[in-house]
Design a protein around this ligand. Structure first.
Ligand code: APR
Length: 273
């Protein structure tokens, strides 16, 4: 937590908890910043993935178009996937799962591919993965299914580009690359759920990548209040009803505690909300 935000953050936590406790339908929208406290780097922070790799190389066209494009992709994957595999859900993931159990969260729309929301206890049907999931892969020719772990066994054994063992085709993880078509069902479900929310909570996203970043905008335009918890400014801060410049895990642990206190059977809600 940024010291300058410590005081502001306590007030922000109380205000966010009040909104969560009083909302009719809350939808969370998460980005890579919600997983950094689990040891997975985000993309656009100073020490993020795109500070060390050039995102222009990791397009769908490059992956499909050449062995060299796939070699570069799998070289990046050898750095990032072990961090995903070793990661455990942090307080932010756990708080969202607890809020869902309390009936205080409708669903979580995520840009993340690490599966930590599900591993924290959010039911799969309450997680909408806009950019797919890194733990599974398939052959684009014959459809053979692979686990990411099985592919990394081959990568660690020296295979630079793991092709399909059945037909020799191109094997691609279930993640959405730049320039790749988004999963239509997930996009439509995210739009529907965000459009029905009366509170849209952004956790750990720069809100810089479209079409995913349309989701909070759509919710706002449909009348939802907008709360943003992010360490750096985002393009939507000015439209937000509440902005907390603090760590998502720290904030959400405190917010969960405050919501539980408000929802406790003998809780007396202080006037003024
Ligand atoms: N708490 C709160 N905010 C955090 C934390 C944290 N612990 N750690 C990092 N952040 C913030 C960073 O300041 C940054 O603004 O989270 C944001 C993460 O932004 P990005 O790295 O751009 O990640 P994201 O918004 O998820 O990117 C969207 O871009 O590269 C593609 O497909 C990739 O899904 C990704 C998409």
């Amino acid at each position: 937590m940024h010291p300058t935000d410590a005081a502001g953050c306590e007030d922000g936590v109380a205000r966010l908890a009040a909104r969560l406790a009083g909302a009719r339908r809350v939808v969370a929208f998460t980005g890579a910043g919600v997983s950094t406290e689990s040891g997975i780097p985000d993309f656009r922070s100073r020490d993020g993935v795109w500070a060390r790799f050039d995102p222009r190389e990791f397009t769908y066209q490059n992956f499909i178009g050449s062995v060299e494009g796939r070699r570069r992709y799998w070289a990046l994957g050898r750095e990032t996937y072990p961090l995903i595999r070793a990661a455990a859900p942090n307080a932010a993931h756990s708080a969202l799962a607890a809020l869902h159990r309390l009936g205080r969260l409708d669903c979580c729309i995520t840009q993340n591919i690490d599966g930590l929301h599900q591993r924290a206890g959010l039911p799969a049907e309450a997680v909408i993965e806009l950019h797919g999931n890194a733990t599974r892969a398939r052959c684009l020719e014959c459809g053979a299914a692979y686990t990411r772990d099985a592919l990394h066994v081959r990568l660690e054994a020296g295979v630079a580009v793991p092709d399909c063992e059945r037909c020799g085709g191109v094997v691609k993880p279930h993640t959405i690359l730049f320039g790749e078509a988004m999963p239509q069902a997930a996009v439509e479900e995210a739009r529907r759920r965000a459009g029905a929310a009366d509170l849209l909570l952004v956790l750990g996203s720069s809100l810089a990548v479209f079409p995913a970043a349309y989701v909070p905008r759509h919710a706002r335009r449909a009348g939802a209040a907008l709360a943003i918890v992010n360490l750096e400014p985002t393009p939507l801060d000015r439209e937000a009803d509440l902005v907390l410049r603090a760590q998502a895990g720290v904030v959400m642990a405190a917010v969960l505690e405050a919501v539980r206190a408000r929802c406790a059977p003998d809780a007396v809600t202080p006037t003024g909300g």
